[in-house]
Design a protein. Structure first.
Length: 131
C-alpha cells in the first residue's frame, strides 16, 4: 500500500536549550545532516523511507499514553497542553501565537480558552503614580 503524500511547510520555533542539545545529539549519532530529523525504522531496525508520517506520530503518542494509563490522548492534546502551560507560566499571548503558527491572535485566545476575569482586572495593577 502506497503512503499518502503530505504537504510539509517549514516553520521556525524556539525550543528549550535541552531540546536543542537532544536533537543535536540525535542527528550526530544518526548521521543526519539534511532532510527530516525523525525517520521511520522497521521492526528489524532498518531505515524505512526518509521521514515519519503524522499517522506514525499519532501511533507513538497513543502507545506512550497507553503505557502510562492515559486512555484518550492525541498529539493535538500535547500541543494544546504545551500552549496552556506556556500561558500559565506567563508567556505572552503573541509569542504563544507564533509558537502555534496561528495567523490570528483570536485563534490562539480560543485555543487557550482565554476568558476575561472581571474579579481580577489586569489593569488594576497599574500604578499611575509610579509611571
Amino acid at each position: 500500500m502506497r503512503q499518502p503524500e503530505y504537504e510539509y511547510s517549514i516553520r521556525t520555533v524556539q525550543v528549550p536549550e535541552w531540546v536543542k542539545r537532544a536533537v543535536d545529539d540525535w542527528t550526530q549519532v544518526a548521521g543526519i545532516t539534511t532532510g527530516f530529523i525523525f525517520r521511520a525504522v522497521s521492526r528489524n531496525g532498518k531505515l524505512w523511507g526518509d521521514h515519519i508520517t503524522p499517522k506514525a506520530i499519532w501511533h507513538v503518542v497513543k502507545g506512550a499514553a497507553r503505557q502510562v494509563g492515559i486512555a484518550n490522548l492525541a498529539p493535538h492534546d500535547l500541543r494544546r497542553s504545551c500552549a496552556r502551560l506556556c500561558h500559565l507560566a506567563g508567556g505572552e499571548l503573541e509569542q504563544i501565537q507564533f509558537l502555534l503558527g496561528h495567523v490570528s491572535v483570536q485563534t490562539t485566545e480560543r485555543y487557550l480558552g482565554c476568558k476575561q476575569r472581571l474579579r481580577n482586572v489586569v489593569n488594576d495593577g497599574i500604578d499611575l503614580a509610579e509611571a
